[in-house]
Ligand binder design. Structure first.
Ligand code: FES
Ligand code: FES
Length: 211
């Protein structure tokens, strides 16, 4: 077993207290610095947060979590690589595809372009936390099942998280509303099924029907 495997195993053993340490983020942060420059160039950040390291506290799926690494680290990398929450996917890494969509304070955001500095004291919900505490599916998840939406499935957590937020703003959406507001990309082209499932999710949400 290589050093990296041992380090990962050690981290998983210790992550019962849900702390993310700066030493574990060093390589990722260096890689992100290069990518961060390109994001600024694209205008995806309004200001540079620099690279300070302060202890941040936030909740993920109602569980209090702390972080003491480089605050420019993308939320997506902390979720996937350090909290082992791999339901949120890494697609483009520059805020374009939506595969990494999570909710921050109830609003859908693309976590690959959200630096940790932006989530201090925030409430984050990922696909893992969308179902109710009693494991009943969210109406959007239920609709996705009914319409058998996924093909490869890679984009679908992001599609579902984007749809949950969308239906709060458009509880009875038209096809145009869907096409104009759900901008997540699906390489398998499941858009027709996604649209049907969104209409079904709107029905289920209106009737409060959860199976
Ligand atoms: S991975 Fe974040 S938008 Fe594509
Ligand atoms: S189901 Fe394959 S990318 Fe969307």
């Amino acid at each position: 077993m290589g050093k990296a495997d041992l380090a990962r195993r050690k981290f998983r053993r210790e992550r019962g207290n849900r702390k993310v340490h700066s030493s574990q983020l060093k390589n990722r942060s260096a890689h992100f610095s290069e990518r961060f420059d390109s994001l600024v160039h694209l205008g995806l950040y309004s200001q540079l947060p620099g690279a300070p390291c302060h202890m941040l506290s936030f909740t993920i799926n109602q569980e209090v979590t702390t972080f003491d690494g480089d605050e420019t680290t993308p939320l997506l990398w902390v979720l996937r690589d350090h909290l082992d929450m791999t339901g949120t996917k890494y697609g483009c890494g520059i805020g374009l595809c939506g595969a990494c969509t999570v909710h921050i304070n109830g609003v859908a955001q693309r976590s690959c372009v959200v630096p940790m500095a932006a989530v201090a004291n925030a409430a984050i919900t990922t696909i893992e936390g969308l179902a109710a505490a009693d494991d009943k599916l969210h109406p959007v998840q239920q609709a996705w099942l009914e319409h058998d939406v996924p093909q490869c499935g890679f984009c679908q957590p992001g599609q579902i998280m984007a749809t949950v937020d969308f239906l709060k703003r458009f509880p009875n959406p038209s096809d145009d509303d869907i096409d104009n507001n759900i901008t997540n990309i699906c390489r398998c082209g499941t858009y027709a099924r996604i649209r049907k499932a969104i209409h079904r999710a709107a029905e289920l949400s209106a009737t409060g029907d959860r199976k």
